[in-house]
Design a protein around this ligand. Structure first.
Ligand code: NDP
Length: 265
């Protein structure tokens, strides 16, 4: 049996690419560990399940990232600030919590240069961590969401926010789909006539959904805009989590070519 066992907790969890990504990296770097998946139905059992399964670390996906935050004994400053944890590592019997989605996303968009203003379509959990890290890095983030209720906490936090009804169009360097529209349906994340006002002015359009060309990316391409899906975000959050799992035994650039193979299998 492997010396250290890792897992992803979520519900659903069967679709997750994380076991493949991490097992490829453990194997490729000859690190004595393996990575499995666990369907966690009740978030309040997260800590007990972690210890019962004898794990060294976990990733956490929907809908348990806030439960993961609550389960940790020690939080890194960014995870503490946003209240969302997607990576936990056990050290000396204590659970250490991190958020790697946001730095993964930041790295994924770093290829787009001279970007200042960003329009987020959507205001859910993913938008929460990524809007915060982008603002910390000096980007101006505006959020546009279908429902007003989700925008309240962003308003309280000083973000400029709009619903479809009161949106006033202006230039944004990047337009990013942070919603699940297009994931399992053919919906656009906002009314087409609204997107038709912001996409033509943008330098590039990004979707956090990966593995398919969403209606949003199709529309962006019809305007000849550079586009990017969520694959790099997924890869980079995994690499950063792997760095924590292995206590920084390997560098980002050592892990990347091995973990990346999960996207071509
Ligand atoms: P949440 O459930 O927290 O939020 C969903 C958001 O999508 C809300 O703002 C909701 O608006 C909006 N929305 C859903 N359906 C529609 C629609 N038909 N039209 C307009 N808006 C819609 O989801 P998450 O933040 O957890 O996930 C968002 C996306 O990010 C998902 O597609 C997920 O797959 C992806 N993701 C990608 C990752 C990666 O590594 N690439 C990592 C994590 C997530 P409303 O308030 O009106 O309901």
């Amino acid at each position: 049996m492997a010396k250290e066992i890792f897992a992803i907790f979520g519900n659903p969890v069967s679709h997750s690419k994380s076991p493949l990504m991490h097992n490829l990296a453990f194997q490729g770097l000859a690190y004595d560990a393996c990575y499995t998946r666990h369907l966690l139905e009740d978030g309040s059992t997260l800590k007990g399940t972690f210890f019962n399964l004898g794990l060294k670390g976990i990733n956490i996906t929907v809908p348990h990232k806030e439960a993961a935050f609550n389960a940790c004994d020690v939080l890194d400053p960014f995870a503490q600030k946003i209240g969302v944890v997607n990576t936990i590592v056990k050290r000396d019997g204590k659970l250490y919590g991190y958020n790697t989605d946001a730095p993964g996303f930041l790295k994924a968009i770093s290829e787009f240069k001279e970007v200042k203003t960003v329009l987020f379509l959507g205001a859910g959990g993913t938008a929460q961590s990524t809007s915060s890290i982008l603002r910390d890095q000096g980007y101006e983030v505006t959020l546009l969401n279908r429902s007003a209720s989700r925008l309240e906490k962003y308003q309280a936090d000083g973000f400029e926010t709009y619903t479809f009804k009161n949106f006033k169009t202006k230039h944004y360097d990047l337009v990013i789909n942070m919603t699940s529209a297009g994931l399992e349906d053919d919906n656009l994340p906002a009314p087409k006539e609204l997107l038709d006002t912001v996409i033509p002015q943008a330098k590039a359009c990004i979707d956090v959904i990966y593995g398919k060309e969403t209606p949003f990316l199709k529309l962006a391409k019809s305007y000849n805009k550079p586009t990017k899906d969520g694959s790099d975000m997924l890869l980079y959050q995994g690499i950063i989590a792997f760095e924590y799992f292995t206590d920084h035994t390997y560098t980002f650039d050592e892990i990347k070519p091995i973990m990346q193979k999960a996207f071509s299998l």
